[in-house]
Design a protein around this ligand. Sequence first.
Ligand code: 13P
Ligand code: SF4
Length: 306
Amino acid sequence: MNELICKIQELKKKKNAIILAHSYQNIEIDKVADFVGDSLYLSRMAAKTSADIIVFAGVYFMAQTAKILCPDKKVLLPDLKAGCEMADMINLQQLREFKIKHPDIPTVCYINSTAEVKSECDICCTSSNAVKIVESLHAQKVLFVPDQNLGKWVEKQLGNVEVITYSGYCPIHHNITVDDVCNVKEKYPDIKLLAHPECKEEVSALADYVGSTTGIMDYVKNSSDKKFIIATEKGVVDRLKRDYPDKEFIIIKENLICESMKLNTLQDIYDSLNNETFEINVDPTISKQAHKCIDRMLEVSNTGVK
Ligand code: 13P
Ligand code: SF4
C-alpha cells in the first residue's frame, strides 16, 4: 500500500497533476488526495488549480463539472461506472417538460446533475450554498432540480419562496426514515443529530444541524459535544472517527453506502494517472452554457447575497 502511495505521489509530481477527492470516497484515498471535501470546495479547487491534470476521485458529474470549469485541462475519472443515481434521474427532455409545465420561473439545478441539464438552468447550487443561491434570485417561485429533498429544505429555511421541486432524490439519503431517527433518538436521547439536506424533509426537520458533508464535519470540529448521530453516507463517519478518536459517532442506520463513490481504489487512481484514463470531455456548446450556470453559483457563493 505504501509503495502504491509513493508511486502515485511521484506520478502526480511528474505529470503536474492533482487529485480531488469527495468525502464519501474510500478513506485511504485521502492519503494521496490534494484536496478532500464537499462538492462546493472541490469545484472551487478545480476552478483555481494550475495543474495540467485533475484526477477526480468522485462520481461522473463531479469530473464533468471540473472539466467544464477547466476546459483546457485533462480531467480523469478513474472508473467510468461511478455515476450518481440522483443526477441521472433527470435528462434534458425531462427538464424541458418540467420548465414548460411551470413557465417563466427561474431554474436552479443542484450540482448533482448532468452538463446538459446545467446548460439549460439559470444557476447551479451545492448542498452548502443552496439557501444562499435560491435567495439570491429574489424570486417568489423557483424551480429546483433534481433533488426534491434539498429543494424542500431550502423552501423551509427561506420561508418566503415557493420551491417547486423535481421528483429526484438520492437513494442513500432518501432511505433514512423518521422511524430510524426515533429508534436512534430513543437509545441516545441527548445526542445531537447532524443530517445532510438530501435526507427527506421530515428527517431534516428532526435534525439539530443540517448541512453539507463539510458542514457536518465543521460542526463536529467546532462543538464541545463528545457524541453525535450522523445521517449521511458512511465516508463522512469514517473520516470523523479518524479525525476525532476521542469522540463517538453513531451512524443513523447501517449500509448508508454510495456504491458508486466506493468504486475508486488506490490502484484505480494509480492506473488512471499512469494511463491517463478515463478522460472526461464535454461538448463545447453544452460546456459553455453549463459554465455560465456554475460560474453564477461561484460568484454568489464567493461574494454573498446582494
Ligand atoms: P456535498 O459533499 O456537497 O455535501 O454532497 C453530497 C453528495 O451527495 C455528493 O454526491
Ligand atoms: Fe449521488 Fe447520492 Fe451517491 Fe451522492 S451519495 S453521488 S447524491 S447517489
